[in-house]
Write a protein that binds this ligand. Sequence first.
Ligand code: ADP
Ligand code: MG
Length: 261
Amino acid sequence: MSGRAAIAIDRVSKRFALAGSSEGVLALAELSLAIAPGEFVAILGPSGCGKSTLLRLVAALEQPSSGTVSVDGAPPGQVSANHALGVAFQDHALLPWLSIRDNVALPFRIAGRRPDEAAIARLIDLVGLSRFATARPRQLSGGMRQRASIARALVLEPEVLLLDEPFGALDAVTRRQMNVELQRIWSARQITTLLITHSVDEALFLADRVVVMSGRPGRIVREVAVPFARPRDPAVMRSEEFHRMVDDLTAALENEEPPPS
Ligand code: ADP
Ligand code: MG
Protein backbone atom coordinates (compact mmCIF):
# COMPACT_ATOMS: atom_id res chain seq x y z
CA MET A 1 0.00 0.00 0.00
CA SER A 2 1.33 3.44 -0.82
CA GLY A 3 -0.02 6.96 -0.95
CA ARG A 4 -3.51 7.84 0.20
CA ALA A 5 -6.04 5.14 0.76
CA ALA A 6 -9.64 4.79 -0.36
CA ILE A 7 -12.15 3.59 2.21
CA ALA A 8 -15.11 1.43 1.18
CA ILE A 9 -17.92 0.76 3.64
CA ASP A 10 -20.38 -1.60 1.99
CA ARG A 11 -23.80 -2.43 3.49
CA VAL A 12 -22.40 -2.60 6.98
CA SER A 13 -24.62 -3.54 9.90
CA LYS A 14 -23.44 -3.75 13.48
CA ARG A 15 -25.41 -5.35 16.28
CA PHE A 16 -24.17 -5.29 19.86
CA ALA A 17 -25.21 -7.84 22.46
CA LEU A 18 -27.24 -6.36 25.30
CA ALA A 19 -27.85 -8.11 28.62
CA GLY A 20 -31.50 -9.10 28.99
CA SER A 21 -32.31 -8.55 25.33
CA SER A 22 -32.31 -11.30 22.74
CA GLU A 23 -31.97 -8.97 19.75
CA GLY A 24 -29.38 -6.65 21.31
CA VAL A 25 -28.77 -3.14 19.96
CA LEU A 26 -28.65 -2.53 16.24
CA ALA A 27 -26.14 0.34 16.00
CA LEU A 28 -25.73 0.48 12.21
CA ALA A 29 -28.07 -0.77 9.50
CA GLU A 30 -26.83 -1.51 5.98
CA LEU A 31 -24.69 1.61 5.84
CA SER A 32 -22.65 2.23 2.69
CA LEU A 33 -20.11 5.00 2.22
CA ALA A 34 -17.23 5.29 -0.24
CA ILE A 35 -14.42 7.72 0.49
CA ALA A 36 -11.99 8.61 -2.29
CA PRO A 37 -8.21 8.72 -1.79
CA GLY A 38 -7.33 12.06 -0.19
CA GLU A 39 -10.95 12.98 0.48
CA PHE A 40 -12.03 14.64 3.74
CA VAL A 41 -15.47 13.47 4.87
CA ALA A 42 -17.26 14.82 7.95
CA ILE A 43 -20.00 12.84 9.68
CA LEU A 44 -22.85 14.46 11.60
CA GLY A 45 -25.55 12.58 13.48
CA PRO A 46 -27.55 12.49 16.68
CA SER A 47 -25.96 11.11 19.82
CA GLY A 48 -25.96 7.29 19.92
CA CYS A 49 -26.57 6.84 16.18
CA GLY A 50 -23.44 4.77 15.65
CA LYS A 51 -20.85 7.35 14.54
CA SER A 52 -18.08 6.10 16.83
CA THR A 53 -18.97 2.52 15.95
CA LEU A 54 -18.47 3.37 12.29
CA LEU A 55 -15.02 4.84 12.98
CA ARG A 56 -14.09 1.90 15.18
CA LEU A 57 -14.99 -0.44 12.30
CA VAL A 58 -12.65 1.46 9.98
CA ALA A 59 -9.96 1.34 12.70
CA ALA A 60 -10.43 -2.43 13.01
CA LEU A 61 -11.43 -1.99 16.66
CA GLU A 62 -14.81 -3.62 15.89
CA GLN A 63 -15.94 -6.17 13.30
CA PRO A 64 -19.14 -5.70 11.27
CA SER A 65 -22.05 -8.07 11.95
CA SER A 66 -22.64 -8.08 8.21
CA GLY A 67 -21.26 -6.20 5.22
CA THR A 68 -17.64 -5.26 4.59
CA VAL A 69 -15.18 -2.48 5.33
CA SER A 70 -12.01 -2.16 3.32
CA VAL A 71 -9.14 0.26 3.09
CA ASP A 72 -7.44 0.23 -0.31
CA GLY A 73 -9.12 -3.10 -0.92
CA ALA A 74 -7.64 -4.71 2.18
CA PRO A 75 -9.22 -5.48 5.57
CA PRO A 76 -8.81 -2.53 7.96
CA GLY A 77 -6.78 -4.70 10.35
CA GLN A 78 -4.01 -4.76 7.79
CA VAL A 79 -3.80 -0.96 7.62
CA SER A 80 -3.70 -0.77 11.37
CA ALA A 81 -1.02 -3.48 11.56
CA ASN A 82 1.00 -1.52 9.00
CA HIS A 83 0.69 1.55 11.25
CA ALA A 84 -0.83 3.42 8.30
CA LEU A 85 -3.75 4.57 10.43
CA GLY A 86 -3.76 7.76 12.49
CA VAL A 87 -6.45 8.12 15.15
CA ALA A 88 -7.33 10.94 17.51
CA PHE A 89 -10.36 10.29 19.66
CA GLN A 90 -11.75 12.66 22.24
CA ASP A 91 -10.77 10.30 25.04
CA HIS A 92 -7.48 9.34 23.41
CA ALA A 93 -5.33 10.72 26.19
CA LEU A 94 -1.65 11.58 26.09
CA LEU A 95 0.53 9.69 28.53
CA PRO A 96 0.96 12.08 31.47
CA TRP A 97 4.45 10.92 32.42
CA LEU A 98 5.91 11.50 28.95
CA SER A 99 6.93 14.85 27.47
CA ILE A 100 4.99 16.19 24.50
CA ARG A 101 7.87 15.16 22.27
CA ASP A 102 7.86 11.60 23.60
CA ASN A 103 4.08 11.40 23.30
CA VAL A 104 4.28 12.45 19.65
CA ALA A 105 7.13 9.95 19.11
CA LEU A 106 5.20 7.11 20.76
CA PRO A 107 3.77 5.58 17.54
CA PHE A 108 7.35 4.89 16.38
CA ARG A 109 7.97 2.84 19.52
CA ILE A 110 4.67 1.00 19.16
CA ALA A 111 5.55 0.22 15.54
CA GLY A 112 9.01 -0.93 16.63
CA ARG A 113 10.67 1.72 14.47
CA ARG A 114 13.47 4.12 15.25
CA PRO A 115 11.93 7.57 15.89
CA ASP A 116 12.46 9.94 12.99
CA GLU A 117 13.62 12.94 15.01
CA ALA A 118 13.34 15.37 12.11
CA ALA A 119 9.77 14.28 11.34
CA ILE A 120 8.80 14.56 15.00
CA ALA A 121 10.27 18.07 15.29
CA ARG A 122 8.56 19.16 12.06
CA LEU A 123 5.16 17.98 13.26
CA ILE A 124 5.52 19.54 16.69
CA ASP A 125 6.39 22.74 14.89
CA LEU A 126 3.46 22.33 12.49
CA VAL A 127 0.99 22.17 15.40
CA GLY A 128 2.71 25.14 17.06
CA LEU A 129 4.16 23.34 20.10
CA SER A 130 7.92 23.75 19.55
CA ARG A 131 8.35 25.68 22.76
CA PHE A 132 6.53 22.98 24.70
CA ALA A 133 8.27 19.87 23.34
CA THR A 134 9.79 19.06 26.72
CA ALA A 135 6.71 19.98 28.77
CA ARG A 136 4.40 17.38 30.31
CA PRO A 137 0.77 17.24 29.09
CA ARG A 138 -0.57 18.69 32.37
CA GLN A 139 1.44 21.87 31.73
CA LEU A 140 -0.51 22.47 28.51
CA SER A 141 -3.99 23.83 27.85
CA GLY A 142 -6.73 21.57 26.48
CA GLY A 143 -6.28 22.98 22.99
CA MET A 144 -2.54 22.38 23.08
CA ARG A 145 -3.06 18.79 24.22
CA GLN A 146 -5.48 18.23 21.34
CA ARG A 147 -2.89 19.58 18.93
CA ALA A 148 -0.34 17.20 20.43
CA SER A 149 -2.71 14.23 19.88
CA ILE A 150 -3.22 15.31 16.29
CA ALA A 151 0.55 15.51 15.81
CA ARG A 152 0.80 12.03 17.29
CA ALA A 153 -1.91 10.76 14.91
CA LEU A 154 0.06 12.15 11.96
CA VAL A 155 3.61 11.22 12.92
CA LEU A 156 3.84 7.95 10.98
CA GLU A 157 2.43 9.68 7.88
CA PRO A 158 -0.75 7.61 7.91
CA GLU A 159 -2.79 6.91 4.81
CA VAL A 160 -5.99 7.28 6.78
CA LEU A 161 -6.81 9.73 9.55
CA LEU A 162 -9.77 9.05 11.86
CA LEU A 163 -10.92 11.87 14.14
CA ASP A 164 -13.75 11.22 16.61
CA GLU A 165 -14.92 14.57 17.99
CA PRO A 166 -11.33 15.66 18.55
CA PHE A 167 -12.34 19.19 19.52
CA GLY A 168 -15.48 18.35 21.48
CA ALA A 169 -14.05 19.45 24.81
CA LEU A 170 -12.71 22.80 23.63
CA ASP A 171 -14.18 26.28 24.02
CA ALA A 172 -15.50 27.96 20.88
CA VAL A 173 -12.49 30.21 20.24
CA THR A 174 -9.89 27.46 20.67
CA ARG A 175 -12.02 25.18 18.53
CA ARG A 176 -12.09 27.73 15.73
CA GLN A 177 -8.29 28.03 15.92
CA MET A 178 -7.95 24.26 15.86
CA ASN A 179 -10.17 24.07 12.78
CA VAL A 180 -7.90 26.49 10.94
CA GLU A 181 -4.88 24.53 12.15
CA LEU A 182 -6.31 21.19 11.06
CA GLN A 183 -7.19 22.58 7.64
CA ARG A 184 -3.62 23.77 7.24
CA ILE A 185 -2.19 20.39 8.26
CA TRP A 186 -4.62 18.49 6.06
CA SER A 187 -3.94 20.75 3.07
CA ALA A 188 -0.23 20.00 3.37
CA ARG A 189 -0.79 16.22 3.25
CA GLN A 190 -4.32 15.48 2.03
CA ILE A 191 -4.65 12.29 3.97
CA THR A 192 -7.95 10.44 3.53
CA THR A 193 -9.84 11.71 6.58
CA LEU A 194 -13.04 10.82 8.42
CA LEU A 195 -14.07 13.38 11.03
CA ILE A 196 -16.97 12.94 13.43
CA THR A 197 -18.26 16.19 14.83
CA HIS A 198 -21.30 17.74 16.47
CA SER A 199 -20.54 21.07 14.85
CA VAL A 200 -22.16 21.76 11.49
CA ASP A 201 -19.82 24.76 11.03
CA GLU A 202 -16.76 22.63 11.67
CA ALA A 203 -17.96 19.98 9.19
CA LEU A 204 -18.58 22.55 6.45
CA PHE A 205 -15.38 24.46 7.08
CA LEU A 206 -13.16 21.37 6.93
CA ALA A 207 -14.70 18.71 4.72
CA ASP A 208 -15.03 18.00 1.01
CA ARG A 209 -18.25 16.18 1.77
CA VAL A 210 -20.63 16.16 4.74
CA VAL A 211 -22.71 13.12 5.59
CA VAL A 212 -25.68 13.14 7.99
CA MET A 213 -26.61 9.92 9.76
CA SER A 214 -30.07 8.97 10.96
CA GLY A 215 -30.92 8.18 14.56
CA ARG A 216 -30.12 4.58 15.57
CA PRO A 217 -29.79 2.35 13.70
CA GLY A 218 -27.47 4.66 11.82
CA ARG A 219 -27.96 5.01 8.09
CA ILE A 220 -26.95 7.85 5.81
CA VAL A 221 -29.85 10.22 5.24
CA ARG A 222 -28.10 13.14 3.59
CA GLU A 223 -24.88 13.85 1.72
CA VAL A 224 -23.66 17.26 0.63
CA ALA A 225 -20.62 18.20 -1.42
CA VAL A 226 -18.96 21.28 0.07
CA PRO A 227 -18.35 23.83 -2.70
CA PHE A 228 -15.93 26.23 -0.97
CA ALA A 229 -12.51 26.59 -2.63
CA ARG A 230 -9.37 25.79 -0.65
CA PRO A 231 -7.53 27.08 1.20
CA ARG A 232 -10.57 28.23 3.16
CA ASP A 233 -10.43 31.38 5.18
CA PRO A 234 -12.63 31.50 8.30
CA ALA A 235 -14.38 34.42 6.56
CA VAL A 236 -16.11 31.79 4.39
CA MET A 237 -18.24 31.04 7.47
CA ARG A 238 -19.83 34.44 7.14
CA SER A 239 -20.90 33.94 3.54
CA GLU A 240 -24.53 33.58 2.59
CA GLU A 241 -23.96 30.19 1.02
CA PHE A 242 -22.28 28.90 4.18
CA HIS A 243 -25.26 30.02 6.27
CA ARG A 244 -27.67 28.44 3.84
CA MET A 245 -25.81 25.11 4.02
CA VAL A 246 -25.62 25.29 7.83
CA ASP A 247 -29.41 25.79 7.96
CA ASP A 248 -30.00 22.94 5.57
CA LEU A 249 -27.78 20.47 7.44
CA THR A 250 -29.08 21.59 10.84
CA ALA A 251 -32.63 20.90 9.64
CA ALA A 252 -31.59 17.45 8.40
CA LEU A 253 -30.00 16.76 11.79
CA GLU A 254 -32.97 18.01 13.82
CA ASN A 255 -35.14 15.68 11.80
CA GLU A 256 -33.09 12.79 13.22
CA GLU A 257 -33.05 13.85 16.87
CA PRO A 258 -35.18 11.52 18.97
CA PRO A 259 -38.29 13.24 20.38
CA PRO A 260 -37.79 14.39 24.02
CA SER A 261 -38.88 11.63 26.39
P1 ADP B 1 -22.34 7.75 18.65
O1 ADP B 1 -20.86 7.78 18.54
O2 ADP B 1 -23.04 8.14 17.39
O3 ADP B 1 -22.84 8.56 19.80
P2 ADP B 1 -21.93 4.94 19.25
O4 ADP B 1 -21.36 4.40 17.99
O5 ADP B 1 -21.00 5.20 20.36
O6 ADP B 1 -22.80 6.23 18.92
O7 ADP B 1 -23.04 3.92 19.77
C1 ADP B 1 -24.15 3.50 18.98
C2 ADP B 1 -25.00 2.55 19.78
O8 ADP B 1 -24.32 1.34 19.99
C3 ADP B 1 -25.38 3.08 21.17
O9 ADP B 1 -26.67 2.68 21.46
C4 ADP B 1 -24.38 2.41 22.07
O10 ADP B 1 -24.92 2.24 23.35
C5 ADP B 1 -24.20 1.07 21.38
N1 ADP B 1 -22.87 0.53 21.62
C6 ADP B 1 -21.69 1.07 21.20
N2 ADP B 1 -20.64 0.30 21.56
C7 ADP B 1 -21.17 -0.75 22.24
C8 ADP B 1 -20.61 -1.92 22.86
N3 ADP B 1 -19.30 -2.16 22.86
N4 ADP B 1 -21.48 -2.79 23.46
C9 ADP B 1 -22.80 -2.56 23.45
N5 ADP B 1 -23.39 -1.49 22.87
C10 ADP B 1 -22.59 -0.60 22.27
MG1 MG C 1 -19.38 8.81 19.64
